[in-house]
Design a protein around this ligand. Structure first.
Ligand code: FES
Length: 161
């Protein structure tokens, strides 16, 4: 989606929620859905359009860990570090991702393909250890399985290039 389409989509969201009390978090979630993260100018526009002080918008956005302020890679990996996943080897999975992609928690690969974020329980503990890639769940992970998934994603990106 180009910048103009994104802005049009954001304006439609703002039009829908303008004047509805308590809608700031929903608007921020939708804005992040459009942009992949929350750029500064988007936060400014949300504040202006919803008539909320910019400091409050920024305060709410930074309070919740679900919001991101930097662009993420084409594949956004959320690795669960909750208790069940921790007990079942999440650290080994994290090491495998780091060794395979050369990125640690919070980082993006130089080619912009992958970002890694360690998160709390993803709500599917029976599948632990678990990660999500762009919202799709991968469970019962092993280092070999993770390497396979990552190389599949890389191939998918090359095929679509
Ligand atoms: S602890 Fe990982 S999904 Fe619940």
């Amino acid at each position: 989606m180009d910048d103009n389409s994104k802005l049009r989509e954001l304006r439609a969201v703002l039009d829908t929620y303008r004047g509805i009390p308590g809608s700031l978090i929903t608007v921020l979630q939708k804005a992040q859905g459009i942009y992949g993260y929350l750029p500064q100018d988007v936060l400014g526009l949300v504040a202006a359009e919803l008539d909320i002080p910019p400091a409050r918008v920024f305060g709410v956005a930074t309070f919740y860990t679900q919001f991101r302020f930097r662009p993420v890679g084409k594949y956004f990996i959320e690795l669960c570090k909750g208790t069940a996943c921790h007990v079942n080897g999440a650290d080994t999975i994290a090491r495998t991702i780091t060794e395979t992609l050369g990125i640690a928690d919070g980082e993006t690969t130089a080619d912009g393909l992958f970002s890694l974020k360690c998160v709390a329980c993803l709500g599917c503990c029976s599948l632990s250890p678990v990660m999500m890639v762009n919202g799709e769940t991968y469970g019962s992970l092993t280092p070999a399985k993770v390497r396979d998934i990552l190389s599949q994603k890389r191939k998918e990106a090359q095929d679509n290039a």
